[in-house]
Write a protein that binds this ligand. Structure first.
Ligand code: GUN
Length: 286
């Protein structure tokens, strides 16, 4: 029987649990987890993401601090703000929304964040910890994907996982996490040959390429579990709608389970950001 993996419902349950832990921290330890979100520029999609992150943090009982900087902000000013937030005891998690404008060097910004407050898990220390199976903060989108996979499959050991996409935000950390779960992992990307044949060998297919509905039903192994990370805006009949990297209609005839777009990975990503903020808070008070 085909399963539409309900990320929205799972994320709601996770946020409730986080909310309970936040109220316990506030009551017993007199600590309120604090999330600082920095948005540079006016990118409409980033504005929506940042607003959702801040709103959901407040709904979970956390403090949310938002910083909006002009598109033309010099790197030094952004670094000064990060330095101030690194030292601020009310801020436990710092997120700089990507992408950044061209005058700002992304890696310098990421490395300026205190690794203990790096709730995106993008700092090289956290990237390294995830790669060696250590205790670092794990990037939110792949963490959400892993939770959805474990909810669906329980044990991932021995499964052939094909990850489509090699970004630092999704593809690479996803591959590390799946290796930690004893999957056999293949990472495919835009230069991969015979991509369709490779996809057809996947017991688990994670699609994070940003190409609307690229993956059709006949690319999928019967009974596979498919995680669709894509959030693509397409114009259809005069309206904008969101579609994933997977063609849900044809894929659902073949796969055992798929995450829908919207309502799959997206809500889990924000819930995992709150989870990371809670984890960062607890570590800072250990
Ligand atoms: N832009 C797209 N995805 C992300 C993310 O997970 N974190 C940040 N900071 N920016 C993003």
């Amino acid at each position: 029987m085909f399963v539409r993996i309900d990320g929205k419902a799972l994320a709601a349950r996770l946020r409730e649990e986080i909310g309970r832990q936040v109220s316990r921290l506030r009551q017993h330890d007199l600590v309120t987890p604090g999330l600082a979100v920095i948005l540079v520029g006016e990118d409409p999609a980033s504005q929506v993401y940042v607003r959702n992150k801040a709103t959901q943090a407040r709904e979970a009982g956390m403090s949310s601090f938002e910083y909006r900087l002009a598109d033309s902000v010099p790197q030094t000013k952004l670094l000064d703000l990060i330095e101030r937030l690194n030292r601020d005891p009310e801020v436990h998690g710092i997120l700089v929304q990507l992408p950044l404008p061209p005058q700002v060097e992304e890696s310098g910004v990421i490395q300026a964040i205190d690794p203990g407050k790096d709730i995106d898990g993008f700092h090289p220390i956290n990237v390294g910890q995830v790669a060696i199976g250590g205790p670092g903060l794990v990037p939110c989108t792949p963490l959400g994907c892993l939770m959805l996979l474990k909810h669906q499959l329980v044990d991932l050991s021995g499964q052939h996982a094909v990850v489509l996409g090699r970004s630092n935000i999704v593809g690479k950390p996803m591959a590390s996490l799946l290796l930690r779960e004893d999957c056999t992992v293949t990472v495919a990307h835009s230069r991969t040959r015979q991509l369709e044949d490779l996809c057809r060998q996947a017991d688990i297919l994670v699609a994070a390429v940003g190409r609307p509905q690229l993956i059709k039903g006949d690319w999928i192994k019967p009974g596979a579990t498919v995680i669709d990370v894509g959030i693509n805006r397409v114009e259809a009949e005069g309206r904008t709608r969101l579609v994933g990297d997977v063609d849900f209609a044809t894929a659902s005839d073949v796969a055992a389970a798929i995450t829908p777009v919207p309502g799959g990975v997206g809500p889990m990503t924000i819930a995992c950001l709150l989870l990371n903020t809670l984890q960062a808070t607890c570590h800072q008070y250990d």
